[in-house]
Design a protein around this ligand. Structure first.
Ligand code: ZN
Ligand code: ZN
Length: 52
Protein backbone atom coordinates (compact mmCIF):
# COMPACT_ATOMS: atom_id res chain seq x y z
CA UNK A 1 0.00 0.00 0.00
CA UNK A 2 1.35 3.43 -0.85
CA UNK A 3 2.38 5.70 1.96
CA UNK A 4 1.62 9.40 2.04
CA UNK A 5 4.84 11.42 2.14
CA UNK A 6 3.11 14.22 4.01
CA UNK A 7 1.44 12.52 6.95
CA UNK A 8 3.17 9.15 6.69
CA UNK A 9 -0.08 7.21 6.75
CA UNK A 10 -0.96 4.31 4.50
CA UNK A 11 -3.43 5.25 1.82
CA UNK A 12 -5.18 3.31 -0.92
CA UNK A 13 -4.93 6.31 -3.17
CA UNK A 14 -1.98 8.65 -3.45
CA UNK A 15 -1.37 11.47 -5.89
CA UNK A 16 2.05 12.60 -7.01
CA UNK A 17 2.61 16.29 -6.45
CA UNK A 18 3.51 18.03 -9.68
CA UNK A 19 5.69 20.50 -7.82
CA UNK A 20 7.75 18.49 -5.34
CA UNK A 21 7.10 15.00 -6.69
CA UNK A 22 6.03 13.58 -3.34
CA UNK A 23 3.05 11.26 -3.13
CA UNK A 24 0.25 12.38 -0.89
CA UNK A 25 -3.08 10.99 0.30
CA UNK A 26 -6.42 12.72 -0.44
CA UNK A 27 -6.37 14.53 2.90
CA UNK A 28 -2.90 15.97 2.38
CA UNK A 29 -3.39 17.88 -0.84
CA UNK A 30 -5.48 18.57 -3.87
CA UNK A 31 -5.67 15.52 -6.10
CA UNK A 32 -7.29 17.50 -8.90
CA UNK A 33 -4.57 20.13 -9.00
CA UNK A 34 -1.93 17.53 -8.11
CA UNK A 35 -0.34 19.67 -5.44
CA UNK A 36 0.38 18.53 -1.92
CA UNK A 37 -0.62 20.62 1.06
CA UNK A 38 2.90 22.04 1.37
CA UNK A 39 3.11 23.27 -2.20
CA UNK A 40 -0.57 24.23 -2.34
CA UNK A 41 -0.18 26.42 0.70
CA UNK A 42 2.10 28.76 -1.19
CA UNK A 43 0.10 31.47 -2.87
CA UNK A 44 -3.20 29.77 -2.25
CA UNK A 45 -5.52 29.96 0.67
CA UNK A 46 -5.12 26.25 1.25
CA UNK A 47 -4.33 26.34 4.94
CA UNK A 48 -5.74 28.91 7.27
CA UNK A 49 -3.41 28.47 10.20
CA UNK A 50 -3.25 31.81 11.89
CA UNK A 51 -1.45 31.45 15.18
CA UNK A 52 -1.92 35.02 16.15
ZN1 ZN B 1 -1.45 12.23 4.05
ZN1 ZN C 1 4.36 19.16 -3.12
Amino acid sequence: MPICAICGEDSNIVTQCKMCGEEFCPSCGDADDKVCTYCGAEGEDFIDDDED
